[in-house]
Design a protein around this ligand. Structure first.
Ligand SMILES: [Zn+2]
Length: 144
């Protein structure tokens, strides 16, 4: 059983996406940014799959979108893919600007300090875990 466990854990983690209700809220608040979410085909946009990260980053993503909208982004600006990679947030987009790129970079940096499970920013690390790099706080790490 012990030999099987790590593989199961990896699969369970890899399939994690932000809950549909949270995705719907993002789409409702930022209809232009998330115009492709759930409404495209996998060939048209990776947003077809929704947001491929865990719920703990919802606020981070929501804050980022608020800041982007405050900049009055160019026509056609939208998210192409939002996911977790190597323990950090990745936010890919089209028709951005230098300022938007800066905000996205800041959010991506912030994600390494934000627990992807509960959103806590205390005692978060993304190192030393086998098979799958994740940013987790101490207590979520103990439970995973
Ligand atoms: Zn946590």
């Amino acid at each position: 059983m012990e030999a099987v466990l790590p593989r199961m854990r990896r699969t369970a983690t890899k399939g994690k996406t932000v809950k549909r209700e949270l995705e719907d809220k993002l789409k409702e608040d930022f209809p232009t940014i998330f115009c492709d979410m759930h409404d495209s085909t996998p060939i048209q946009s990776c947003m077809y799959c929704g947001i491929e990260a865990a719920d703990g980053w919802y606020d981070l993503i929501h804050d980022l979108c608020e800041k982007i909208m405050a900049l009055d982004p160019p026509e056609g600006f939208k998210a192409d893919q939002v996911k977790e990679k190597f323990g950090g947030l990745r936010f890919y987009y089209s028709h951005g600007t230098k300022e938007i790129g800066k905000l996205v970079g800041e959010a991506e940096t912030e994600s390494y300090k934000t627990c992807e499970t509960c959103g806590s920013t205390e005692n978060v690390t993304c190192e030393g875990r086998p098979y799958w790099v994740r940013s987790l706080c101490e207590s979520c790490d103990a439970q995973s």
